[in-house]
Design a binder for this molecule. Sequence first.
Ligand code: AVJ
Ligand code: FE
Length: 441
Amino acid sequence: MALTTDLDRALTALDTARLRTLALTDCVDEGELTAQHSPLMSPLVWDLAHIGNQEDIWLVRAAAGRPGVRPDLDGIYDAFQHTRSSRTELPLLRPDQARRYIAQVRDQALHLLGDVPAESEDPLLADRFVLGMIAQHEQQHDETMLATHQLRRGAVALTAAEPPPAAADALRLPREALIPGGPFTMGTSTDPWALDNERPAHQVDVPAFYLDTAPVVNADYEAFIADGGYEDPRWWTETGWAHRCHAGLEAPLFWTRDVSGGWLRRRFGAVEPVPPNEPVVHVSWYEADAYARWAGRRLPTEAEWEKAARHDPSAGRSRRYPWGDADPGPEHANLGQRHLRPAPAGAYPEGRSAHGVGQLIGDVWEWTSSDFQPYPGFVAFPYKEYSEVFFGTDYKVLRGGAFGVDPVACRGTFRNWDFPIRRQIFSGFRTARDAHPGEAV
Ligand code: AVJ
Ligand code: FE
């Protein structure tokens, strides 16, 4: 059964994304839009026009069959032709030109596709997939721009409400939950806006294991640092240790010591004490993996993560989200940039999974131990460069989404990936361990 994907949902998703894109780019001046804030990131004005260029390619050209608004711009805004650090040297559209371009593309796209039926024979148009794909693409670049904001120096440009506190029962929450062994359905063949790498649904047998009920928090991570975790190669893989030494890693990105040796962090331009009960963020896979080994544990596999998030043992099926099939609301998860930080561990009791695991969706992306590989039966759609060219052993999978991820680009099946050295992304983790038969629950 296909889920509801009416035109309203698609138009709202496109609109929501555009409002966010404009908010992220209207809050800084022209100099800041065209500056290189970090060699890891594009100038904001590149993301801005790239969003419109992808929409030009996929909505105006591929889906509607028109010549396109500015095909001459495709080379400049092709992410595969230019590294992020070289994009300031390109003949980019100026900010006002970029804003006009993306508005023109949107006008044409809505004019051409606004009344296309959801029952189309064209797989791009069926269930309005391509509209959902482009809304997700824009939101993913909005998250990337949010990471650029976090990297930039200068006056505070973004503000948001504080996230909710830990739930009243948070102190009584067990630290870990047992996920019983057995098969579950991983991935999806029915979620109409699921991207190619989430497909198809398939059975995976996952042996019993224990998983943290919340992401690892700063206080725990500080204990790893204080115990000499960054100085002890025992906890690190060989490549992880080499990277830690070469990059001089000593703490999560954006952390510094205050005069008395306590930890501070810079967060969207403001320096503040590191909050002890908040999920750690801006750690690389190598750091997450080392922490887990220090703690006598390990990172969960991607299949373990998804089983803990989706498996409903009483119904014998997989849910779309930990709490059920309902779209995420503010009571379920910290998503959508409503807040500019993770919520404390133990928040969002209504978002917990059938197995009692909390905060799987939202707050921080969670590193898994798994490489980004295709599911059995994978078919690239609609283009190889979305997922297929990244499969292999270079990238690690992250799951669950962070506070800057929009609900349209977040599901129990959603897969993100990055290099194991990356930490400018909103990345954290939780830990797991094997369960041994006969062990008490
Ligand atoms: C899925 C987040 C790894 O940003 O490189 C954006 C998403 N793909 N434009 C990325 C994406 C094409 C992608 N990630
Ligand atoms: Fe892109």
